[in-house]
Write a protein that binds this ligand. Structure first.
Ligand code: ADP
Ligand code: MG
Length: 328
């Protein structure tokens, strides 16, 4: 199978919302009047972001999911994406499930594949997504990292910790019962981008980011961009614990301390961390209901720079949680 057969067989579908999809020198998109384009790009590299033997269906899902998660963090509505793919060989047994996992998630979000590039080389997947956000009264409605203000509440969607738990178990760093591993592994390999929640939070949240490198590290980006500080009540954050991590804890395979570490500095969960004025608590709750995505209030934004953790007794905890950095 040659390059063009491969593209035709696995990555070419009729254009829907796009003016022009795969097949010409450029794809053509027509943004709706009164919208801005939101654009994001994420790359997945074998050995760095995924294990060489990962299920290709799940890998296709994850490659798009991490990009949709960036759109979610901006409150954007997915429109389209491009796929740049380097592959060691044109292997149907890999391409068929990969494209199925990718396009199934794409269809679920009405996000169409409009182009890309295909080349032979070490497995590397790079997706660029395009979304749209409305402009109201001349002002784009995208959720930014820079909008948090002292007095705002701090929230996290869904649950945290399972992706990192699975990663450590798969690396053999931590023993895990099969059932807890299966639960955690699905979160690592098939994350759910919080697209509906991001859109529902437009006009309500003051700042947002998706949690890819670990809550504390990602939160620091909001604090830096907004020039504020924050306090997290770890007692509230503990309820963010994901199912696999919880059952591993109940069977005493991991300690309460380790669970807190997974929540605060585990990466790859793709939840949203966001801030909103305290006056918007009802609106946040309504957005959470509308998006059918639970959210938990875990702390508050303050003028004092830096990030503080309080234990159940209200005492300051020493800073010992790091986040992921490719070059650290
Ligand atoms: P060019 O030579 O202009 O770069 P290509 O020959 O690489 O074009 O690609 C032909 C068409 O197939 C283009 O429309 C391109 O966007 C599309 N395409 C290539 N690879 C992919 C892919 N992996 N997924 C989707 N579309 C692709
Ligand atoms: Mg090309």
């Amino acid at each position: 199978m040659g390059e063009f057969d491969l593209i035709a067989r696995y990555f070419t579908r009729p254009a829907r919302r796009a003016v022009l999809g795969v097949g010409d020198d450029c794809a053509l998109l027509q943004p709706a009047p009164g919208t801005q384009l939101a654009i994001s790009c994420d790359m997945l590299v074998e050995g760095r972001h995924f294990f060489p033997d990962v299920d290709p269906f799940r890998l296709g899902h994850k490659a798009l999911a991490v990009n949709l998660s960036d759109l979610a963090a901006c409150g954007a509505t997915p429109l389209a994406f491009t796929l740049a793919l380097a592959l060691p060989r044109a292997d149907d047994a890999w391409l068929e499930p990969f494209s199925r996992g990718l396009l199934r998630l794409a269809d679920a979000h009405g996000c169409e594949l409009v182009g890309g590039d295909t080349t032979q080389g070490p497995l590397n997947i790079c997706i660029t997504v395009f979304g749209e956000v409305p402009v109201v009264g001349g002002k784009g409605q995208a959720l930014l990292r820079s909008g948090a203000r002292a007095g705002d509440d701090l929230y996290v969607s869904g649950t945290l910790g399972d992706a990192r738990l699975a990663l450590e178990a798969l690396r053999g760093a931590l023993p895990l019962p099969a059932e807890a591993l299966a639960q955690a592994r699905t979160r690592l390999e098939q994350p759910t981008p919080r697209v509906a929640l991001g859109q529902a939070l437009r006009g309500i949240a003051s700042a947002a980011i998706d949690v890819s490198d670990g809550l504390l590290g990602d939160l620091r980006h909001i604090l830096a961009a907004s020039r504020v500080g924050a306090t997290i009540q770890t007692e509230l954050a503990t309820s963010l614990i994901a199912s696999g991590s919880r059952s591993a804890g109940e069977s005493a395979h991991i300690s309460a301390d380790k669970q807190l570490e997974l929540i605060l500095s585990g990466g790859d969960d793709y939840e949203l961390a966001f801030t909103a004025p305290a006056s918007a608590r009802d609106a946040v709750e309504a957005a959470s209901q509308q998006a059918q995505t639970p959210v938990t209030r875990i702390g508050s934004i303050e003028t004092d720079p830096g990030l503080r953790l309080l234990n159940a007794q209200g005492q300051l905890m020493p800073g010992r949680f790091a986040s992921f950095d490719h070059f650290a």
